[in-house]
Design a protein around this ligand. Sequence first.
Ligand code: C5P
Length: 406
Amino acid sequence: MSLLVEKRILLGVTGGIAAYKSCELTRLLILAGASVRVVMTRAATAFVAPLSFQALSGNPVHLDLLDSEEESAMGHIRLARWADLILIAPATADFMAKLRAGLADELLGAVCLAAEVPIALAPAMNHAMWSNPATQDNAACLVARGMSLLGPAEGGQACGESGYGRMLEPADICRAVEKFFSRSQLSGISVLISAGPTREPIDPVRYLTNRSSGKMGYCLAQAAIAAGAKVTVVSGPVALPPPYDAAVVRVESAADMFDAVMSLAPHQDIYIGTAAVADYTPVAVAEEKIKKSKESLAIQLTRTRDILAAVASLPNKPYTVGFAAETDHVEAYAKAKLEGKGLDMIAANRVGQPEGGFDSPDNALWVAWNGGETVLPLASKQTIAIQLIELISENYRAKHSTKNSG
Ligand code: C5P
């Protein structure tokens, strides 16, 4: 039986060409057993006639905030109370900006403002409009307030250009909405996250490090906390404020990080290794500052221990998630790492590109686990973190329910 049976979905349709796909979305939601009421913005009616949605949903379409007849029939407060979920598809850049600002100049804005139920958005817009910092900032803010983003997908767009910004296909939105109702949270779950770079000392004043800012790990910590988890971050040196409500253990070197993580990991439900741990460290640390007396200087390095692999081989290992930063063959290398290190999930990103990755506010991930894979398209690290925590939560629960029933 579909999880949507008897669920009441208020479908908000805003003014973009993808509105025509929301007719099919309405049909699929109804077929899955949901009750659907449609609220359209004025701009949306320029793309699709309200009558189409009325015929497909079997309910009158709600259009005007100030239509006294409609207000008395089912005003914005009652519509907001009626719904189990507000789904806005397509969500235009303009509507996302209005939602962020709390505007209620149209019925849909007023319903969202009055809503006490979850709101999910399926953005649809030109790729440049989606990646514009204004839209990204609005998206991150809406997500930080607890709203969910479904997509957008990458591909061809109505304007003839191509990139991230396509609305998810109606069937994918429908599946995401089903997942939404099954979405497990992380309350009562302990999550350990390693974050940031490490510093490998050469002498008392010098060290080897890398470009990691720690942002991905800190955003994941915040997202896990928002999902109800008890979070501990083992952090290399970063210039970020500590995640609100997380315990933070500060370390410098890969060896310190190894010790801190290994002492905490056996007591955790989930471990997420986002840290960019140095692969090599100087064999010996000079006790005094090395003088520039020679023409050349060789520093002998030795391999560090792999923290992630060590956590994954603990007898009672937590659900273990690793990261892979690759410049090429991202998926193949990441899959090899998933298997080689005995992980439950791997999140891979392409580095060395102009956008995303190390020291960037944005990221895009390819995520794989035993039996599945998905892409989290380029978005702010905050948004990506929330989506990744949802994936981890779902897979963690799935693994534990099979464990418990098997
Ligand atoms: O093998 P590679 O370094 O590419 O794997 C990256 C993943 O392994 C990241 O999750 C990183 O945090 C983790 N790692 C680790 N300890 C190391 C090296 C990498 O935990 N010494």
